[in-house]
Design a protein around this ligand. Structure first.
Ligand SMILES: Cc1cc2nc3c(=O)[nH]c(=O)nc-3n(C[C@H](O)[C@H](O)[C@H](O)COP(=O)(O)OP(=O)(O)OC[C@H]3O[C@@H](n4cnc5c(N)ncnc54)[C@H](O)[C@@H]3O)c2cc1C
Length: 413
């Protein structure tokens, strides 16, 4: 088979590449090869009842398939150069913002038109943060929510399916250069193209590393974010989330002068498992529809680490911490903040007596009122984290919203 363009990966990167190419020239022959399944077939088997923890499916319904890792995301679209990537380094800040607004227009014209755009412009929280040794980063954020995000993806697929050939359940094994383009190998077959876009996200990053090595494409070591997901009663953060939805707040630690920051805030949301090549970690999302909202807010608390010579494998570093955490906790670990600072584990008893009911389906037995901790007692989050990270996360937690944290608030990692 011959194509003008083959796109590997149907996450947001792949979908928007296909969308743009189809808009530019409707004569182009475009194919998308995706390891996972179509959007409508993506279902994570964890229901908190029959299936209580990650069963390591061949491709993870949360991470793979049409929509990529973004399909069941919270659908927060941040319009800013302050975080979330460094596109501006290549095209300049103004053009980067213009492109983000352009993507926002596509989302709003494909089902997201009734959703709200939040902004930090003119907020009183900037001053309050500075008075408390914190920095609130500037951003506008559109919250589609997991539900409307799904609608947008559905509409994009409907529009693209007649213009682009989608090949699902088709992981690409390898790529080779040919005289006038590339040959893509998959399931014992191959296809040729003039141009190839590889957009395989986090789940495909290891594969991508090998491809770059084989094709002699230079790579750069990126930073790795190490952290925990914090879950607390939504009312505690509602003054921030009602006005800003998501607030990226940075705290500089006293001892190491490292930055600890909040990330991916999900007001009234849920914590979910994600499986990246057999390693189970957590993420969060929330629904626009109030019927699906919970009483908790969750967000990530992260510290970034850059490595240079002699060690450059940031990905490997993050992965080994996650692997160790899975080994010690038999999956992800959940710990009350009070137990973390006392250096003790959160037993079933302590979690069930806590004021905060975990929303992670893998640890909650739903429909029984007070949370029941289904799995065996969880481990201690401080064990898999190197000392410097653990101390930064502890001090970041205490300072980020000083006085508001409670010993019952949960840390999942
Ligand atoms: C639960 C959750 C919530 C999130 N919330 C937000 C949010 O609110 N806002 C936000 O901006 N970001 C959010 N994110 C992050 C966001 O989803 C990612 O940044 C985004 O999906 C990256 O897009 P991508 O196209 O680069 O990669 P991905 O979305 O990872 O897509 C890559 C695709 O490539 C496929 N693939 C991998 N290897 C191969 C191969 N060899 N052959 C064929 N296909 C392959 C994968 O199956 C996958 O579908 C969230 C992520 C998760 C998991």
């Amino acid at each position: 088979m011959n194509y003008d363009v083959i796109i590997v990966g149907a996450g947001p990167g792949g979908i928007f590449s296909a969308y743009e190419l189809a808009q530019m020239d409707n004569r182009l022959k475009i194919a998308v090869f995706e390891a996972g399944v179509p959007l409508k077939d993506r279902h994570c088997p964890i229901d908190g009842k029959k299936v209580k923890s990650c069963i390591k499916c061949k491709t993870c319904a949360i991470m793979n398939g049409f929509g990529g890792a973004g399909a069941f995301s919270d659908g927060k679209y941040n319009i800013t150069n302050d975080f979330g990537g460094t596109l501006y380094e290549y095209i300049g800040k103004e053009q980067a913002l213009e492109l983000m607004r352009y993507v926002d227009d596509i989302n709003t014209s494909h089902g997201g038109e009734k959703t709200r755009m939040y902004s930090t412009a003119g907020t009183q929280f900037k001053k309050v943060c500075l008075q408390n040794k914190l920095k609130l980063l500037d951003a506008s954020v559109r919250h589609l929510g997991t539900d409307i995000n799904y609608v947008v993806l559905e509409q994009l697929y409907d529009e693209l399916k007649d213009k682009v050939e989608f090949h699902f359940n088709t992981p690409v094994d390898s790529l080779e250069r040919t005289e006038d383009g590339y040959r893509v190998h998959y399931n014992g077959q191959s296809a040729d193209c003039k141009k190839c876009i590889v957009s395989v996200g986090r789940s495909g990053s290891k594969w991508m590393e090998n491809i770059c090595r084989e094709l002699d494409i230079p790579t750069k070591s990126n930073r790795v974010d190490i952290g925990v997901r914090v879950e607390l009663p939504a009312v505690i953060f509602s003054h921030l989330t009602d006005e800003l939805y998501e607030s990226k707040i940075v705290y500089r630690t006293e001892k190491f002068e490292d930055n600890v920051r909040t990330f991916c805030m999900n007001p009234y949301g849920i914590v979910v498992n994600e499986n990246t090549n057999g390693i189970v970690t957590v993420n969060g999302h929330s629904y626009e529809d109030t019927e699906h909202q919970t009483e908790n807010t969750n967000f990530a608390l992260l510290v970034a680490k850059h490595f240079s010579e002699p060690f450059k494998d940031s990905n490997g570093y993050g992965e080994s911490i996650a692997r160790l955490s899975n080994m010690l906790g038999g999956g992800v670990m959940v710990q009350r903040f009070g137990d973390l600072i006392r250096g003790r584990r959160s037993t079933r008893q302590r979690i069930s007596e806590s004021y905060v009911t975990p929303t992670l389906a893998a640890i909650r037995r739903s429909g029984q009122g007070k949370a029941q901790y289904c799995r065996k007692d969880s481990g201690r989050i401080s064990y898999p984290y190197p000392c410097r990270h653990a101390r930064r996360l502890e001090s970041g937690t205490s300072e980020t919203d000083s006085g508001r944290y409670h010993g019952d608030d949960l840390r999942t990692g």
